[in-house]
Design a protein around this ligand. Structure first.
Ligand code: G3P
Length: 199
């Protein structure tokens, strides 16, 4: 129980560090929540025009979830069982989406989703990247690419005989989709901004 509570608490607090907001402020670019989609994620940081900052946001947001998952695995003393990592990673995902510091208004969870996969099923990062990059190449929509990639992951995990991971990632997919409500409306109405497009 102590390991579980500690894993969830550490995960939540790591996840709640809004790197996109911190990096853009440090770079003197102002509040990233006031531009583009208003999101704190890498896609919106890219709308500042600073590619390096966007890449750094993607990696740091992903790695905080990876770190949370690995810490949880250590706390549970398990090398092979995936469940502790999934729980720690899930806590980081929730921390990123609902950070107490930002009035529970956080990001959409795509980078943290990737970070959880990196810790628990690294090969799934390749599946995610392949789907994301394919859809992005065709459509130039970051949101659509993430929506499709997050649909594919639980299905693949289920098919390869990982029901626990399929369930946890399916929950993350549902929450990610809910957080993309406005993106989905913009995609349907044809007003969604394309990758790197400012405004
Ligand atoms: O990673 C979030 C992405 O799917 C959408 O971001 O800023 O276009 O709402 P944004």
């Amino acid at each position: 129980v102590v390991a579980l509570v500690a894993s969830l608490a550490i995960g939540y607090f790591l996840g709640s560090i809004p790197f996109g907001l911190i990096l853009t402020r440090m770079a003197g670019l102002g509040d990233v929540r006031k531009i583009g989609s208003g999101n704190i994620g890498a896609t919106n940081v890219l709308r500042t025009g600073n590619k390096k900052l966007a890449a750094a946001t993607l990696f740091l947001d992903a790695f905080k979830a990876t770190a949370a998952a690995l810490i949880a695995q250590k706390l549970f003393g398990s090398e092979t069982v995936h469940l502790p990592g999934l729980l720690g990673g899930f806590a980081a995902f929730i921390g990123h989406l609902f950070p107490v510091w930002l009035g529970f208004k956080g990001g959409k969870g795509v980078a943290t989703y990737l970070g959880v996969l990196l810790a628990v099923f690294p090969v799934m990062v390749l599946v995610f990247a392949f789907v994301w990059l394919s859809i992005a190449k065709l459509s130039r929509y970051s949101s659509l690419s993430a929506l499709v990639a997050t649909l594919v992951i639980p299905v693949v995990l289920w098919l390869i005989g990982q029901p626990e991971a399929a369930l946890v990632t399916a929950a993350m997919t549902v929450i990610t989709w809910a957080k993309h409500k406005e993106n989905i409306e913009r995609l349907i109405s044809g007003t969604e901004g394309k990758i790197g497009q400012k405004g």
